[in-house]
Each structure stands twice: as C-alpha cells, then as structure tokens.
Unconditional design. Structure first.
Lengths: 381, 290
C-alpha cells in the first residue's frame, strides 16, 4: 500500500470532474476456467452502463475486478488516466451495492451510512450532517436510528444507496441488488437508482441477469455470454439491431423466435427458406456468400401476425398453426401455436383467445426477419 | 362424499385436543428434565448446611434448626481451599482468554483463506478431540516436566486450551462461514483495511460464537480434574477439583457434609457464568438472522 498511489486517486475524486472507467483486454482465469475472456469497454462519467447476461457469463467477476475484489489475470482497468488494475479495493474509492445489500446488522442505519466517512476520518458532526442530507433525499431520515433488520427490503436498498451518496465515489457498482425483490418493488426502485446515480455523477456499472432492468435503466448495455462481450449498445440498438443471435434471444420479451433454414437465390434477390416456405430478404449485402448455406432467422413475437382460417399454401409464407395456449397480460396476449417449425410464440391482441378446432395461419413480417450465421451466431447483414 | 368419516386425515388424537395434548407433553417433559437437573443440586445444597451426625443418622429433606450449621463452610473455606479456588480461577480465566483468542483467529483464517491441506486439517482437528484427557495427560506430564511447565498456571492453561481448541476452532470456523463475505468486502470498498473490517464488522458478528466458546472453555477448565491432578502435583499449585479430593482424603472420616459444601461452591460460578452469558448468546443469534 503506497501512499502516493492512494493520494493520487483521492485527489482526483476531489476534483469536480468525475473520471471515466476504462476496461481494456481484461481477462480472468480460475485455473482452467476462463471466466472473463479479453473484454474491453468504457463508461463515461454520469453514464449508466448495465452488464447483462445469463448466470456464469462472467459479469459479476468483471464487476469485482473493477471494484478491486478480484485480481485480473490479464488486461488493464483505468479510472481516468490512473491505472488501478493492481490497486486494492480500499484505495479505489469505488462504491458497490451487493446482492445482499451487506448492511451491518449490529449498526444503526446512521452508522451504516456513515461507516465509509468514519474510515476516512471525517469528524462526527460532518458525518451526521452528510448522512442526514442523503437520508432526506432517499426519504429514510426517520429510520436513521433503526437497525437494518427492522427495515423492509425497499428501505434496505435505500440505505444501501445512501452509503455511496455521502462518499462521492469514483465509480458506482451494482451487483444484482434487486434480484431478491418482487417485481412491483423493482419497478418502484428503478427510477430511484437512476436518480441517485445521476445525482452522484460518476460512471455506473450495473450487473444484472434481468434484461428488463437492463433495458429500462441503462444508457448503454453490455451483453455478456460465456466470458465475452456479445454487443455493447443503447437499449434501442441492442433491441432493434442485435449483432448476434444470442443478443436477439436475450433481449426482448417474449423472446425472439428462431428458425433454422437456408438462404436461396431467386434471381435478382435472396430468400430465406424453410421447407416450402420462403421469405424474400431485401438489402442484405453478405447474402450472396451464404447462398445454399444453413442460417438461423430470428423474428420477434410482436412481428408475427395471426390469420384466422385461410387456405394453407395460398401464399408461400403462411405457416399453418394449431393454437395451444394464451397468456393474457391485459394490454396484450402471448399466444402459443404448434406448427411444423416447432412451437411459436406470438404477441396477439388483448382480447385474442384461441379456439382449439379453429385453423390458424401465422404470417411473418419478412422485413423484420434477422438472419444469423448458424455457426458463429453473428448477424448476417 | 357419502361416508360418515370426518373431513381430513384420521388421527389418534381428535383435532380439538391436539393443542392441549401438545402442551401437556411439553409440561410433563419439562418436569422430568427439571427433576433430573435440579434435584441433585437441591440435595447438595440442603446437605451442605447440616451437621455431620444429621447426614449420617437419617435422610431428611431440609435442615431443621437443631441440625442447621455453617460449620461445613468453615472447613471448606479454609485458607487451603481458598488457595485451590484462586488457582482454579486463574487457570480458568487464562484458558478462556487463550481459547477465545486462538479460536477466533483460527476460525477466521479457516473460513476466509485457502491453503493446502485445509480439508485434511479440518478432519485432524476433530480427530484430536476424540482422545480422553487421561490418555493425553501422561505424555504431557513427561513433556511438561522437561519444559519446566509442571506446577505452573501456564502449563495447565496450555494443556486445557489444547483440549478445548479442536471443538472451539471448529465451531468458530463454521460460524465465520455463516457471516457473509460481502459484509467485509463492503467495508474494504469503503476504505477499511482488512484488520479494521475484521474488528468493526466480523468481531461484533461473531459475538455469539465467542460467547459459546468462552462458555465451553469455562466448563472444561473449571471442571477439569485429570490434567490438574497430573500436571499440578504440588499442594499449593493445584486447583479446586483435585484439591477437594486431597482435602477429603486427608480427613479421618468421610466428610459427606464437607463434600457437599465444596460441591456447592464449585457449582455456583458456572451457574452464574452460564446464566449471564446465555442472554447474550440468544441476543447474538437473533441479530445473525438478517
């Protein structure tokens, strides 16, 4: 622990200008297991970046390396121009909201929120003033003398958010803090998280497995899978323009429907074909190199229409379907159909209810079809 | 539903009486446990205040004014016995301090650090607890003799700690595992060095296990007969349990009353110790459940 390093970070955090966070070629191996495989990204000051992916994809390991709780095997982490890769957690001035919130059960809310300041040697009067200010902002000022056990889940989250507010951290990290909460409370807390991080103004890295959290809160989203980054982009970009099949399937609710087929040449353009169904694909530059090769096509359930009755084969792109289930959600219905191409989920009108004996046909909006390489999962453009 | 059978599964005890039966069961078992636990203590206490002839002549349940006496305690509280008690207190206090400190650090180390042979160490730890004190005491006598630790407080404190540590380290290890690591990590991230996080966060959390270990060390050290008898052969050095035996052996006739008075004195400290610490123990376990 050298004083000069510590000083440099502290000095920088006292400046008005928050630092950005840069992760470069970061790799973490546990024995033979590659948890994080050569990833790079940058979070600008004030930016809310979400790291989303299935469990075991390396997102929490990445966050812990930024926090200083894991040592990278390879690569660099920088806060502004300061390299912090090998700096211990104590000297990074980061803030981290853990999955279990990690409030100290033997301390009151006030002591919990003031602990970081106490460590820094801030005197008691100033500690209490800062805690009071933060508590008022979070509407927990009447709970300051309670022990954490007395608090509800939402109140505990607020206390957890209060700790960084009083400390003015270099980066605000979240490790799936809402995964144990019910859906209603999550929706209540999401705007609060955004407000608090905006107030602090430092870069935010939020780790979650919940794509809805990622979509609703983030300025940008990093989608991770199996240790590597699949895509970085704004919520609109990753939803409308997934670069891999994985991103298409991970982002969006209900999930993108996938079909295996091949690209065929029909004179002046290419078409995606499964059995005797074909959909003409326009503006696709790489299409020619995939002619007569296997590809995967993805389509969002919002872009599939249901035709009641209709003649099978009357048009080549109508898929005969048998209705199996409806999930009414009030403002829309998720309907499941059995087809020759497997089970297909379709978003239908709120009042749609399938009849078991009725003939249905599914119509795919061909301009919304996204094609992916069957081997590499990469988008074919 | 055509059968006359009442709704629900059949039970030997009708539904309306189940609660009463349950309560009666608890009451009866409490009484049985109380008889076994309390009656011997009552018997010791009442006999400690009787004259020698009253004990020998007949079985009575309380001393009468004519048989009541403090004479037993005069014998037992002689300077000789007080010396035994002071020795016991010093050895017990020393053992508690050593055991609590070592088990705390060892338990933390086992819970938080990885090292080679950790699982092997864990197995050996409990294995070491399986030996009877007498098996260990004789070799210890030879070693302590060489080291000059015979007839010293330190010698007995070390021996008793060695006997106590396997279990207390194991308990502390398991307890430390139940304290989320994120509590400490959150302290580190807020700038606390490892030792500071340990003192501010881990130590208060570990209080129930610390108290349990202190109680356990107390019970072992205070009640120890074997080690004290063998490792403290000198009259002035020995502790209460072997001391009382010497006292009674040195008397002309079997002094049941003296023995009762001595036993009463011996029971009181552990009772007080357990009574005052148990409330902390329960408090501590409540706090853990967050």
């Amino acid at each position: 622990m050298t004083m000069s390093q510590q000083k440099s970070i502290h000095d920088s955090s006292n400046q008005d200008e928050p630092l950005d966070v840069t992760v470069q070629n970061l790799t973490k191996r546990f024995g033979d297991l590659v948890a994080v495989d050569n990833i790079s990204f940058n979070i600008k000051p004030g930016e809310f970046m979400t790291l989303v992916g299935p469990s075991g994809c390396g997102k929490t390991t990445t966050l812990r390396m930024v926090a200083g709780l894991e040592t990278p095997t390879d690569g660099q982490i920088r806060f502004g121009e300061y390299e912090v890769t090998d700096l211990p957690a104590q000297e990074r001035d980061a803030a981290l909201l853990f999955q279990n919130i990690a409030l100290y059960p033997h301390m009151t809310v006030r002591e919990n929120m003031a602990y970081g300041l106490k460590i820094q040697g801030v005197d008691k009067a100033e500690r209490n003033a800062k805690v009071k200010e933060a508590a008022e902002m979070l509407q927990i000022d009447d709970l300051l003398d309670e022990k954490p056990k007395k608090l509800s889940g939402g109140q505990q989250q607020r206390v957890g958010l209060g700790r960084p507010i009083v400390r003015d951290p270099t980066v605000f990290l979240f490790d799936e803090p809402m995964s144990d909460l019910d859906a209603k409370l999550k929706r209540e807390l999401r705007p609060l998280f955004e407000e608090v991080t905006r107030e602090i103004g430092c870069p935010t890295l939020y780790v979650t497995h919940d794509q809805e959290e990622a979509m609703t809160m983030s300025d940008r989203i990093i989608i991770m899978n199996d240790g590597h980054i699949e895509q970085i982009g704004t919520p609109e970009e990753v939803y409308n323009d997934p670069q891999t099949g994985f991103v298409g399937g991970f982002i969006g609710q209900p999930t993108m429907q996938f079909f295996e087929g091949e690209l065929i040449d029909i004179g002046d353009s290419v078409s995606f074909a499964i059995d005797d169904h074909t959909w003409k694909i326009s503006d696709i530059e790489q299409g020619s190199s995939y002619i007569n090769n296997k590809v995967r096509a993805g389509i969002r359930p919002q872009h599939i229409g249901v035709v009641t009755g209709g003649e099978s084969g009357s048009a080549m792109n109508l898929i005969p379907a048998e209705h199996s289930l409806d999930e009414p959600l009030g403002d829309e219905t998720h309907s499941f159909f059995e087809t020759d191409l497997g089970r297909i989920t379709v978003v239908t009108a709120p009042d749609f209810r399938g009849e078991p004996d009725q003939d249905y046909h599914l119509q795919i909006k061909k301009e919304e079809l996204k094609l992916f390489d069957a081997e590499t999962d990469k988008r074919i453009r | 539903m055509t059968s006359d059978r009442p709704f629900g599964r059949e039970s030997i005890i009708p539904y309306n009486y189940r609660r009463a039966t349950y309560r009666a069961g608890i009451a009866v078992s409490s009484v049985i446990i109380a008889i076994f636990a309390i009656f011997p203590m009552y018997w010791i206490a009442q006999n400690a205040f009787k004259t020698r002839s009253a004990i020998n002549d007949s079985i009575t349940f309380l001393p009468t004014p004519s048989t009541f006496t403090f004479a037993r305690f005069e014998v037992v509280l002689s300077s000789r016995v007080l010396n035994y008690i002071i020795n016991s207190l010093i050895v017990t206090a020393g053992t508690i301090v050593l055991v609590v400190l070592v088990s705390l650090l060892a338990g933390y180390g086992l819970a938080r650090f990885e090292f080679r042979g950790k699982s092997y160490f864990a197995r050996v730890l409990l294995f070491g607890y399986m030996f009877a004190p007498i098996v260990l005491a004789l070799p210890l006598y030879l070693i302590w003799n060489r080291l000059g630790l015979l007839n010293t407080y330190l010698g007995l404190i070390f021996a008793l700690s060695a006997l106590t540590l396997p279990f207390t380290v194991w308990l502390m290890w398991k307890f430390m595992q139940s304290i989320p690591k994120s509590l400490e990590e959150s302290a580190w991230i807020q700038g606390a060095p490892r030792w500071r996080g340990f003192i501010d966060i881990v130590l208060p959390q570990a209080k129930p296990a610390l108290i349990a270990n202190a109680l356990f060390a107390f019970a072992i050290a205070w009640n120890d007969f074997t080690f004290a008898q063998i490792l403290l052969p000198r009259e002035e050095a020995t502790t209460f349990p072997p001391g009382v035996l010497r006292l009674l052996n040195s008397q002309w006739e079997t002094g049941y009353g003296d023995f009762m008075a001595a036993a009463l004195l011996m029971i009181i400290p552990p009772l007080l110790f357990a009574y005052f610490l148990q409330s902390y123990l329960l408090q501590g376990f409540e706090v853990r459940s967050i």
